[in-house]
Write a protein that binds this ligand. Structure first.
Ligand code: ZN
Length: 285
């Protein structure tokens, strides 16, 4: 292995270690992907499956009391239909179907992005079961991305019910989900819910996590901090003597310009931090 390659690997490993240190597990939000599904009222369960029919539990969902049922339905719009759409139980007061924009194009419909339960004036949908079918004037939505959390978690993150936050993902296609609604209840377990289109945008798979970024408040504090660092930065080039430049080194040095000796390893996080703080880092010619 040549020297350059070794340095590159060492740099990457150190970068990963820095990252692991930088992200305490309690700033993470578990992400769960909601595939298309329907919620049915008791009346509509009977209309689709027959009088007296009760949904049967296939799997318990992460939110307490919620389950995916063994039963499925077909949903249809003017341009097409989708089979085997899972019913989530228990039965609710209102029937509602949640689909992705990809599904909407297949059905030929134009549902609004809404919070679950808010179906007033939403899109029409046809639901077909083994014993009957329903045409609903409204009830079809694309679910607004949201985070379920307990009051305890809300206090920990410094957020309130109904507030919107941003959640960023890492990984091979990192993205930021904006306008993610916070939903607080004693009954909730900490989890972010996104649809399949949103998940695919960041190549999210099972067990993924996001980082909660709060726009009001938190960000201002961050900006103030970096501004104050910028102000007091020392204005002469600094020749860095060591073999490795880490993020902490960049922060501690507090220089406008850092010049590295040939062969010095700079971690990816150090490079990012320098860029954020407006510090130029270059190698000695
Ligand atoms: Zn949810």
């Amino acid at each position: 292995m040549n020297q350059q390659l070794i340095e590159k690997i060492v740099g990457e490993v150190l970068g990963q270690l820095e990252k692991a240190e930088a992200l305490p597990p309690n700033d993470l939000i578990p992400i769960a992907v909601s595939a298309r599904h329907v919620h049915l009222s008791l009346n509509h369960v009977e209309a689709l499956f027959g009088k007296g029919y009760e949904l049967t539990v296939r799997t318990e969902l992460s939110q307490p009391g919620q389950f995916a049922s063994n039963e499925t339905v077909v949903i249809a719009g003017p341009k097409g239909s989708i089979e085997r759409v899972r019913i989530l139980g228990p039965a609710r007061s209102m029937t509602q179907a949640e689909i992705s924009w990809t599904d909407a194009m297949k059905l030929g419909v134009n549902p609004p992005i809404r919070e679950s339960g808010d179906i007033e004036g939403s899109e029409a949908i046809t639901i077909i079961g083994p014993k009957g079918s329903l045409f609903l004037e409204q009830g079809l939505i694309i679910a607004q991305a949201h985070i379920h959390m307990s009051p305890k978690d809300a206090a920990r993150f410094g957020v309130q019910n109904g507030e919107y936050v941003t959640v960023e993902t890492d990984g091979i296609r990192p993205i930021a989900y904006r306008q993610v609604k916070i939903r607080v209840s004693e009954r909730y377990r900490l989890e972010m819910h996104i649809d399949t289109d949103e998940a695919n945008a960041s190549l999210i798979t099972k067990g993924a996590f996001g980082h909660l970024v709060k726009f009001q408040g938190n960000l201002n504090v961050q900006q103030e901090t970096s501004a104050s660092v910028t102000k007091s930065k020392v204005d002469i080039p600094y020749i860095y003597p060591k073999k490795l430049l880490s993020r902490d080194d960049v922060k501690e040095l507090n220089m406008k310009e850092i010049i590295l000796e040939k062969g010095t390893i700079i971690t990816a996080l150090a490079r990012d931090t320098a860029r954020e703080l407006g510090i130029s880092v270059s190698f000695r010619k």
